[in-house]
Ligand binder design. Structure first.
Ligand code: 5AD
Ligand code: SF4
Length: 487
């Protein structure tokens, strides 16, 4: 990647920063490298960065990129919130995610008193909401820097204003972009694991499901050029990556808005040809855009993992229409059937919302029925959360909390019952597991994932991390399996 090959010594800091990206950002990284060197000498210790990520895989990937920029500047990552740079990468999909951030911000006062030079920064979806930023400006004066989901790539520039401009030091710096079609390539590209990594293939969402705030905060759908995606993955593979996760809010509509449109299935075919790459995952799939072509590619592939995360949201066709989902219960079941035919041992997971406005007893029963029919390996269940600005927030018939909670508990029980049955069926089967880390509770065990994305704990040692191990699933322990290595 550009970042790794950049010859920072050639960047001339006596000149004005370049206009073009990403060169402009490398200029500011270079500037901050100088600052960091001096600062570390002055303090007699390293500079530390602490990043907390809320929400989805997209945020996790953004946090990796942010860490990449911080490390390039000269910061070291720390688990402790007693850091020189502290960032919350926020989520706003449900309200309790917002409440968590306010709670954490309230607790940072002491830390800041101890280290007044500490930079407290906020980014992510929550920051794209005007009311949130207003509230922080008014009530959380400790915060130094706020940026949004569209200008993460500008972090070094924003940080250099904050750290190097004396007047800016005392003020909260807020830089939120309403929306952009720009995708800046070749920025620093850090990964948490050396053997696997996420790759954004698109940004934003055009679907406007009536409960969802994502299209408002992440903007319109933008796909990256396939050549850029392939080049990034090839680079990762050269670096030792064997598994990639292609990321987008709705990967099935990838490529529609490119000058030379291509389908997601076509992209997968190209990714599959990359030598050395062993496994391909993707998320999230929208049922309305899941094509026969994709199912066929999955059926014929040796690299695409046998897992599909296919959010259902509700089992009631009536409610699905109000949710603006563009499929019926029957359409969904047909997809499940086709997927199971093409990939018989595919694991299916989903997202379900309970208590959507107007949800009747009958609608809810249909959701329970779908959980039984689709036989999910696992499901993320959510209580409907009212998000200001979405059509559902203005709907009549909001469901009382007690009713929604009672339904939620029933749904959870059903989901758990079916998952347990599925797990029972899977025990004694043998799976190829990618060893990911040493188990935190028991260091004689490794933790890894099968093609179906099952979490498996099995005996092993840390030298095996990043390699594939054949493991027999012996026992399901709830959300993970205990396994034995097959010789
Ligand atoms: N309330 C509850 N759950 C929601 N989700 C999205 N918006 C809401 C909301 N307002 C859930 C959906 C989506 C998942 C990421 O979050 O199920 O698939
Ligand atoms: Fe939200 Fe629907 Fe887009 Fe998913 S597809 S991010 S639920 S609007």
């Amino acid at each position: 990647m550009y970042g790794e090959k950049t010859d920072f010594d050639k960047i001339d800091l006596t000149k004005e920063p370049p206009e073009a990206e990403p060169e402009r950002q490398y200029y500011f990284i270079r500037l901050l490298q100088e600052w960091a060197k001096e600062k570390k000498e002055e303090l007699g210790r390293p500079l530390y960065a602490n990043i907390t990520t809320f929400g989805c895989q997209m945020n996790a990937r953004d946090s990796e990129k942010i860490l990449g920029i911080m490390q390039m500047i000269g910061y070291e990552e720390t688990d402790s919130e007693e850091a020189d740079f502290l960032l919350y990468n926020t989520c706003t999909v449900r309200e309790n995610a917002n409440l968590k951030v306010y709670g954490r911000l309230g607790q940072l006062k002491k830390q800041k008193e101890k280290n007044p030079d500490m930079v407290i920064a906020l980014c992510g979806c929550m920051m794209q909401e005007k009311e949130v930023v207003e509230k922080i400006e008014k009530s959380y004066r400790n915060v130094d820097l706020i940026f949004g989901t569209h200008n993460i790539f500008k972090l070094a520039e924003l940080l250099s204003i904050k750290l190097l401009d004396q007047r800016a030091k005392r003020k909260m710096l807020v830089d939120i972009w309403e929306g952009t079609t720009e995708i800046v390539e070749d920025l620093p590209n850090e990964r948490k694991y050396f053997f696997k990594g996420g790759v954004n293939i698109m940004f934003g969402c055009n679907n406007f499901c009536s409960y969802c705030i994502v299209p408002y905060v992440r903007g319109r759908e933008r796909s990256r050029e396939p050549e850029d995606i392939i080049a990034e993955i090839e680079c990762m593979v050269q670096d030792g990556v064997v598994e990639v996760m292609l990321l987008g809010q709705n990967v099935n509509s990838y490529g529609k808005n490119l000058k030379q449109p291509i389908t997601f299935a076509q992209l997968l075919r190209r990714v599959e040809q990359i030598e050395g790459l062993e496994r391909i995952r993707f998320m999230t799939s929208h049922p309305k855009d899941l094509s026969d072509e994709l199912i066929e590619v999955m059926g014929n592939s040796k690299k695409i993992c046998h897992h599909m995360h296919l959010p259902l949201q509700s089992g009631s066709s009536r409610l699905l229409e109000v949710m603006n989902r563009h499929y019926t219960k029957e359409d969904y079941l047909l997809l499940v059937e086709k997927l199971r035919k093409a990939v018989p041992d595919i694991a299916l997971t989903t997202d379900i919302i309970v208590g959507f406005p107007g949800e009747t007893k009958e609608d809810f029963e249909e959701t329970l029925d779908m959980v039984r029919k689709a036989e999910y390996d696992s499901a993320f269940t959510f209580l409907y959360s009212k998000r200001t600005g979405t059509p559902a927030a203005a709907m009549e018939d909001q469901i009382p909390e007690e009713v929604a909670k009672e339904r939620f508990d029933r749904l959870l029980k059903e989901v758990q019952k079916i998952s347990a049955q599925k797990a029972q069926e899977r025990t004694k089967t043998v799976h190829t597991v990618l060893a990911e880390e040493v188990n935190q509770q028991d260091s004689s065990l490794l933790t890894g994932r099968s093609s179906q994305n099952y979490l498996v704990h099995f005996p092993g040692s840390k030298e095996q991390i990043g390699t594939f191990v054949k493991v027999r699933l012996e026992e399901c322990k709830g959300f993970y399996y205990l396994g034995q290595v097959e010789e």
